[in-house]
Design a protein around this ligand. Structure first.
Ligand code: OXD
Ligand code: MN
Length: 621
């Protein structure tokens, strides 16, 4: 009975040979091998990477893209994380929020089991034990998981994105305590993606610490350590335990080489707001002798207060980067290019691929695509030379094409990125793509104002077609797609965790994307120069500058920003350092409606909202 569908041997022997000792993990593997009907089971970890790569190359699942670089295509209708089909399920209806798409687990469990039953027949089920934390972290009990996946490329991604191996589950204090993540690909060509008959379901059973994803082999739909565990499950665990926050945040260090002092900043930015570029930023040339920026992470941070010194510490639970390729080039992000250099083991997905040379390309990699199209295929595998005239203008790479590489391949990875304690946080920033209203940076030291700012974060929706140009799509704390519990409780949990710190971080809202209303040019040069407002923020925190108070926070006085070597017109600088009160008042009315959706929003947050509204009204006269 143990493993009847296995013609090659006994499941227990497979698990023994892999050194998988945890009895609860073994039982979990047994249960799902039986239910999914997988033909074989294989336990894999980082040590298996080279073998899995060879097997995947031999099977044509991945293609060589230069020395130690690989390329894969996904199914054409499976190219992004699906928000509509993603659900948080628990036993308690009170867990329903505005954004978490809550359903009762009693309803979702049978739906998932029905789809997964027998759906891995003929396939190998890879058992991937992993840890979403630096080993030894105080948050390790929340970080252990085992993904079961019937897709070898998904296992390769997991090995790059998380610390993987049986050692992470063998000696648990409580052998039951690991996140159970089951990924079954399904018959991708017959799942009705995006139609009323859509069969896919991506469900986090948060109170059972179980993740069941069916119907995709792409990104967050399939790599369960990252988003489903690292954000949805972890934020639920952090709230239920009262111990920590799990946020879609980048995390960097800034070192002043003169004084030897290092600060750490983390922060949330909605998708497509340049979070990876910011996290991998190099200092501008004129500041390069003085400052160094260290990369810790570009997508997830877990934050807790250390009882010994009362400071907030952050870890990046991931081990890799799943970065968007589009527009990554020497100017926007040279560090990212270094992290995918030959020998890094990088796995590209859905970029353009040259089947003769093995080169890869994506829109924005160079100003124009390669002139000689010989061998070049678009992300679907179609030869560019064979495209009909009507399709010549179509992008070569999918706009959501990615590179998956490990943290150790990032050139400016911080020396202490594996410090189990994490790094102390000096500043928490929020920012989105906003073409007007939001100045370059505005800072606040009040916790409720910081949380209020995070809750009212948004990025400009591309609503132009529907005529709601420039309106924000609110994305609280950049967690809208990953919210696992109600927003009112989320705000209260933030106030509690950060409120417990005796050494508080400074908060700021940043915006690199303000544009001239007439000709649309960006007012601030961005990229490396974004270090300048962050340095100002740290000086403000240390009392070295005072800035100009406004109703929406403190903005830099012009002379407080180090602008050596910045190419900016005086009138543009003036604009990015000032507040348009009338424009802000219009935004306040929308904020009020946004916040009113959230049941039980703490009074401190409403008070912060009213304070800002009253100050703006007073200024407007
Ligand atoms: C995301 C990601 O979808 O990080 O946010 O991949
Ligand atoms: Mn993300």
């Amino acid at each position: 009975m143990a493993y009847e569908s296995d013609p090659t041997g006994d499941l227990e022997t497979v698990l023994d040979d892999a050194g998988l000792k945890n009895p609860s993990v073994r039982e979990y593997v047994r249960h799902w091998a039986r239910l999914t009907g997988a033909q074989r089971v294989e336990v894999v970890g980082a040590a298996d990477d080279a073998r899995l790569i060879s097997e995947s190359l031999a099977a044509g699942e991945i293609l060589p893209a230069g020395e130690g670089r690989y390329y894969a295509r996904s199914y054409v209708k499976d190219t992004a994380r699906s928000e509509e089909r993603t659900i948080v399920a628990t036993a308690n209806p009170a867990d329903a929020g505005v954004y978490n798409n809550w359903r009762p687990s009693s309803e979702m469990r049978p739906l998932l089991e029905e789809r997964m039953r027998g759906a891995s027949a003929g396939k190998t089920m890879y058992v991937v034990p992993y840890l979403m934390a630096p080993p030894g972290s105080p948050l390790e009990p929340y970080a252990v998981g085992v993904e079961l996946t019937d897709h070898r490329t998904v296992a390769l991604h997991m090995i790059r994105m998380a610390r993987c191996g049986v050692e992470h589950v063998n000696n648990l204090a409580d052998p039951e305590r690991f996140v159970r993540g089951v990924h079954v690909t399904g018959d991708l060509e017959n799942l009705g993606q995006g139609t009323p008959e859509d069969q896919r379901y991506f469900v986090t059973f948060a109170d059972e610490r179980t993740i069941l994803h069916f119907g995709s082999s792409y990104g967050g739909n399939a790599l369960l350590g990252k988003i489903a565990h690292g954000l949805r499950q972890a934020s639920y665990d952090g709230w239920a335990s009262g111990e920590f926050l799990a946020e879609q945040f980048m995390l960097i260090g800034i070192t002043d080489k003169q004084s030897g002092r290092t600060w750490h900043i983390c922060g949330g930015f909605p998708s497509a707001s340049g979070k990876t570029n910011l996290a991998m930023m190099l200092p501008p040339d004129s500041l390069g002798d003085r400052y160094h920026v260290e990369f810790y992470g570009d997508d997830i941070a877990w934050l807790r207060v250390d009882p010994e010194d009362g400071k907030i510490y952050a870890i990046n639970p991931e081990f890799g980067v799943f970065g968007v390729a589009k527009d990554t080039n020497e100017l926007t992000n040279p560090t990212a290019l270094g992290s995918v250099a030959p020998g890094t083991g990088v796995l590209f997905t859905n970029v353009a691929y040259n089947e003769v040379s093995g080169d890869v390309w994506w829109e924005g990699r160079t100003p124009a695509p390669p002139a000689d199209v010989t061998g070049w295929c678009d992300w679907t595998g179609q030869l560019i030379s064979a495209r009909p005239d009507s399709e010549q203008g179509k992008p070569w790479a999918h706009p959501n094409s990615r590179f998956t590489t490990s943290l150790t391949s990032v050139p400016n990875i911080a020396a202490d990125f594996e410090n189990p304690k994490g790094v102390p946080i000096d500043g928490i920033i929020f920012g989105g793509r906003t073409r007007d209203r939001e100045p370059l940076i505005r800072a606040f030291s009040d916790l409720a104002e910081g949380v209020y700012d995070g809750l009212t974060l948004g990025a400009e929706a591309t609503f132009a077609a529907e005529g709601v140009d420039g309106q924000l799509r609110y994305d609280p704390m950049s967690m809208r797609p990953f919210m696992s519990y109600p927003e009112g409780a989320y705000a209260a949990h933030w106030l509690k965790i950060i409120g417990a710190a005796t050494v508080k971080p400074i908060f700021a809202h940043v915006n690199w994307f303000q544009r001239d209303p007439d000709d649309g040019h960006f007012l601030w040069p961005g990229y490396r120069d974004n270090l300048r407002p962050l340095l100002w923020l740290l000086k403000l925190k240390d009392g070295e500058v005072t800035g100009n108070p406004t109703p929406v926070g403190i903005v830099p006085a012009r002379e407080e920003l180090d602008l050596e070597g910045v190419d900016i017109r005086p009138e543009d600088l003036e604009k990015v350092l000032s507040i348009d009160s009338a424009r802000w008042m219009a935004e306040m009315a929308r904020r009020e409606r946004h916040l009113a959706q959230f049941d039980g929003l703490p009074e401190e947050i409403w008070a912060a909202h009213r304070r800002v509204a009253a100050a703006l009204a007073a200024e407007a006269g």
